[in-house]
Write a protein that binds this ligand. Structure first.
Ligand code: NDP
Length: 334
């Protein structure tokens, strides 16, 4: 059987991409790798990583040709894994799809049952795609704060990269849980109302975190979820109060960490790393159960826009430029 897919063909040399083409094509089933669960994909989503892959940036796509898309949501067509039945609605985030193997920007996928989660009743398939890797990652970060003992009574928490996908879901969840959330954004002029609607009680300009600062600064945050990295993360660590937890999940501002050990040894701060791609099954299930309980679907809808497969390439440039608000669902059938 044939299906439509957005496929990338590229060449690399010493880690640099030397040729790159992304095109919607009609492929046959044999284009998919063998795997235990076949899915009729309904939606994928555009994540920062997908933006990199579609723009021909190095580091995401590990093989060619490949279908990008690190998220997929759809209906099980057939399954050799007894945990899934034909007709089940399932969601998959990461696990190498759209990086080392074919991903979600296609009407069909063959995936590992081990990483699949049944879409919780609280969500439609479209909403599950809207959550996607970014929302799943935001919840993994919230769980890391909780594991470190950060509660709504501990003090204010900070979310950086606030108007992006991870940031938007993190704010909505933290605010619903009762945390006092400060949002750091470069788009205060246009997105302040949006961020307040999600639940942010204060909004800071991300430029406040962009210049190198002292190793220890005035303690302001009991916890933080950082999607930016670089000098921003160093400053956030330096402003975290005694015993606080900073969950590091992103590199939108840079991959370096020009920090000192002072926040760790003088304030007992914990830096918690978040990796959504390789999250084990039990953590995936916990995170999706908590999303079902702690994410307001009406807020989710306000942060979501939908595009077709043909539009994904154009949207890639916008997500890399930090111009996309919240989450973008990709309807692979349009
Ligand atoms: P988005 O592009 O939706 O959001 C990123 C946000 O970061 C932007 O909206 C912008 O927020 C801010 N930003 C962008 N560029 C800069 C910059 N140069 N300096 C400071 N801030 C900047 O991406 P996602 O939310 O999907 O992903 C965020 C990050 O998390 C990415 O680096 C992504 O790779 C990473 N990630 C990691 C995962 C993991 O498993 N660890 C999983 C998912 C994502 P604003 O306009 O509000 O300032």
């Amino acid at each position: 059987m044939s299906f439509r897919a957005l496929q990338v063909t590229q060449q690399t040399e010493n880690g640099a991409v030397t040729a790159h083409e992304a095109r919607v094509r009609t492929l046959d089933d044999d284009a998919l790798e063998p795997a235990d669960v076949e899915v009729d994909v309904q939606y994928s989503a555009l994540n920062y990583k997908d933006g990199l892959a579609l723009a021909g940036r190095p580091g995401v796509l590990r093989t060619s040709p490949i279908i990008p898309g690190i998220d997929l949501v759809g209906r099980v067509r057939s399954s050799a894994d007894p945990r899934f039945m034909p007709g089940d609605h399932v969601v998959l985030n990461g696990d190498g799809i759209g990086e080392t193997r074919n991903g979600g920007f296609a009407e069909r996928a063959a995936v590992r049952g081990e990483a699949l989660v049944v879409v919780p009743d609280a969500f439609t398939v479209h909403q599950a795609a809207a959550i996607g890797t970014a929302g799943f990652t935001a919840m993994l970060a919230v769980l890391a704060l909780e594991r470190g003992g950060v509660t709504p009574y501990s003090g204010p928490v900070l979310v950086t990269g606030a108007a992006g996908g991870v940031g938007s879901v993190a704010i909505a969840v933290l605010a619903k849980l009762g945390y006092q959330v400060t949002a750091s954004t470069g788009r205060g002029d246009s997105e302040a109302d949006y961020l307040r609607e999600l639940g942010a009680s204060a909004i800071l300009n991300r430029a406040d975190f962009a210049e190198p600062g002292r190793p220890l600064q005035k303690g302001r945050w009991a916890g933080a979820i950082d999607a930016v990295g670089g000098v921003t993360l160093a400053n956030v660590l330096a402003q975290t109060t005694y015993g606080g937890v900073v969950a590091s999940c992103g590199v939108a501002g840079g991959a370096e960490l020009p920090a000192t050990v002072m926040p760790f040894i003088l304030r007992g701060v914990t830096l918690a790393g978040i990796n959504s791609v390789e999250a084990p099954r039990s953590l995936r299930q916990d995170a999706w159960s908590r999303l079902a309980r702690d994410l307001d679907v009406h807020l989710l809808d306000t942060m979501t826009s939908t595009i077709g497969l043909e539009d994904a390439q154009g949207a890639a440039g916008r997500i890399l430029a930090g111009q996309i608000r919240g989450r973008t669902v990709v309807d692979v059938r349009h």
